[in-house]
Design a protein around this ligand. Structure first.
Ligand code: HQG
Length: 171
């Protein structure tokens, strides 16, 4: 079994295009596990192994249901409560994005939120997916004090709507 391949197919089904597989998600993004198994043609043992071994704990199981903990492009309400962030958070991005980010801040693009990390190693890995990474420091404590809401996904990713350039440091 190729755990990474199954994980990617599960991410596509649960975050981006459930309808392509005839899968139904509720408003919180949950699917019946039995429906997902049928849609992907995998066994419960395979699914459990992917969920347990996933490097970023991307999936959450509750009872008979499963969902992705973050990263959606489809319209779901994950129901995370606002939470006080640490003083700083980090965002890794390929160097080619820096000029645009300096000008307009961090935008969520196709996802629901801008994704931020509590540590620089994770941020570097995220940025390195598409090129040479630069790590941006986000002054999340100041943002929260100024009224910006932050959320934390079940797998620890910090989420916010938009980060204006005034709260970014590029060192
Ligand atoms: C960039 C993966 C130009 C942003 C990761 C990023 C993460 C701008 C890209 C999660 C910009 C969007 C999310 C601006 C933002 N101008 N570029 N104003 N504002 N960008 O993939 O944060 O494996 O949607 O820096 O590990 O890279 O899927 O976001 O480079 O946790 O679980 O626009 O996806 O998790 O790319 O990654 P993405 P991301 P999973």
């Amino acid at each position: 079994m190729d755990v990474v391949k199954i994980s990617k197919r599960m991410s596509r089904a649960l975050r981006h295009s459930p309808e392509r597989l005839g899968l139904r998600l509720d408003e919180g993004g949950w699917a019946e596990i039995s429906d997902l198994l049928a849609a992907l043609g995998i066994s419960r043992e395979e699914l459990d192994m992917v969920v347990a071994e996933n490097d970023k704990q991307r999936f959450a199981i509750e009872g008979t249901r499963i969902r992705a903990s973050q990263g959606h492009s489809i319209d779901v309400d994950l129901g995370y409560e606002p939470k006080d962030p640490p003083v700083v958070l980090y965002h890794g991005t390929p160097i080619g994005n820096i000029a645009s980010i300096r000008a307009t801040g961090l935008s969520k693009g196709g996802r629901h939120h801008v994704h931020l990390s509590g540590d620089t190693d994770t941020a570097r890995r995220v940025g390195a997916r598409r090129g040479r990474p630069v790590i941006i420091t986000v002054h999340s404590g100041r943002m929260a004090a100024d009224g910006h809401a932050f959320y934390q996904s079940a797998n620890g990713v910090w989420l916010t709507e938009h980060v204006p350039p005034a709260y970014l440091s590029f060192d």
